[in-house]
Design a protein around this ligand. Structure first.
Ligand code: KL2
Length: 418
């Protein structure tokens, strides 16, 4: 018998205790206050390890006792976990199509979730799902993203993303929509060029979905398995909103492996113009500012400015995006500096899974960098603690008798102040 791992809720709201009162714990769960002028919701990101991939990469699971690897053993555990945490939004990766149709979707529907699914292109039959509680949200739009493009040789991989626009069912004040994105980026540690382009494509879709009439963005949550470690260039790009990739080897982008011997340097630009995505990670057609037609006011100067912008950025090795994103997790334990891990098997124990969100700005104005647009803010109330590699090996690594994926679920509670 293996022991069980202990994860606890960490509360983030020491600031401004008067205003944001967390109502303590009930059964080890933070109690959300959904009274007036706020909307609280929880999000889980979980790579549930598709049975097909488990069997394709069986060398990664030699530390496991055979019976714990069967889907018939794993799925009840995964479902139990999902039921226990009872998140309002689930972002699942490695959801295998046949299991989705026969077991996963029906089970989640009976728990009160509406489920949307995007399968990978190509032969591997898994994909990303976003499921949300009927009781908390209504669905405004479903936007699948395929990273495979037949006309772009670089984009020959079958990864996908899924972006939903959800309307909070708020009892009191009117709420803005919330944009939830989920992805599983390419694994290959040597192909950071593809990973960055896949990320840019996801960000472009999020821009177009989260874009509001007044030019700002609604609140955003981005979940997924990014196959990139904290502090890597890909990770830093998400968090900082910019990346100068000049001279960067393609094998260094994700930080999964140390050696970059014999590896190409990222080309400038990384992806070709015919992808239709700018270096700011927006669809090129959208980049032209919408000029409001008041009679014949469409002046030549405005048109010229746009063209200069487009030409300028094509020459530089700078990527940018328009969101200001924070990570729910901090990736290291504060007292010891030991890394948190989100996945653990015989070959590696690292963080590759994340929940990013557009954070509410606290007071100080003017901190956003140039080019960063106004983004609706979320407050992080709590997160479910992660573990160290050592913690996980005391229960025989992953998957084990109780934890049936090679990833841990990530869980966050957010508040939207209305
Ligand atoms: O890293 V992962 O595990 O976070 O869940 O994402 C990929 C890998 C997943 C989808 O492609 O399958 C795993 N060596 C190790 N793991 C691999 C390999 C490989 N060669 N190929 C795929 N995966």
């Amino acid at each position: 018998m293996e022991g069980t791992i202990k994860r606890h809720w960490e509360y983030m709201c020491n600031h401004n205790k008067e205003k944001t009162k967390i109502l303590g714990e009930k059964n080890g769960d933070p109690v959300c206050d959904n009274s007036e002028n706020k909307f609280d919701f929880s999000v889980m990101s979980y790579n549930i390890l598709s049975q097909d991939l488990l069997e394709d990469n069986s060398h990664l699971y030699r530390h496991c006792r055979q019976p714990v690897l069967h889907w018939s053993f794993r799925f009840p555990n995964i479902l139990k976990e999902i039921k226990h945490f009872d998140a309002d939004v689930l972002c699942l990766q490695e959801v295998q199509e046949d299991h989705y149709g026969t077991e996963i979707r029906p089970s989640l529907e009976s728990l009160g979730y509406h489920c949307e699914y995007k399968m990978r292109t190509g032969k591997k039959p898994d994909g990303c799902a976003i499921c949300f509680k009927h009781s908390k949200f209504s669905l405004l739009s479903v936007n699948p993203v395929e990273f495979f493009r037949p006309n772009v040789p670089l984009l020959d991989r079958d990864n996908v993303g899924l972006v939903l626009l959800l309307q909070p069912k708020s009892p009191s004040a009117a709420s803005p929509a919330i944009c939830v994105a989920n992805t599983h980026l390419l694994y290959n540690p040597r192909r950071g060029d593809i990973k960055l382009t896949q990320l840019a494509m996801l960000l472009a879709e999020i821009s177009s979905v989260a874009h509001q009439k007044d030019g700002s963005f609604c609140p955003i949550v981005i979940c997924g398995d990014f196959n990139s470690v904290p502090g890597s260039p890909l990770y830093s790009f998400i968090k900082e909103g910019k990346l100068n990739y000049e001279g960067l080897a393609i094998g260094k982008v994700s930080g999964q492996e140390q050696s970059s011997r014999g590896q190409r340097i990222l080309s400038i630009p990384i992806w070709p113009p015919n992808l239709g995505i700018s270096q700011n990670c927006v669809y090129e057609v959208q980049q032209v500012p919408k000029v409001e037609k008041t009679g014949s006011d469409l002046t030549q100067t405005q048109v010229d400015k746009t063209e200069v912008l487009v030409t300028d950025e094509k020459l530089s090795s700078n990527l940018q995006h328009h969101f200001s994103l924070s990570s729910v997790y901090s990736h290291y334990f504060p007292e010891t500096g030991i890394p948190e891990v989100t996945t653990c098997h015989s070959r590696s124990a690292i963080t590759v899974d994340y929940i990013f969100y557009s954070a509410e700005k606290e007071g100080v104005a003017g901190q956003q960098g140039a080019g960063v647009a106004l983004v609706g803010g979320l407050k992080l109330l709590a997160r479910l603690s992660l573990l160290t590699e050592q913690d996980l090996w005391t229960v025989n690594g992953l998957p084990n008798e109780n934890n049936s994926s090679d990833h841990l679920p990530l869980l966050a509670k957010f508040r939207l102040d209305l």
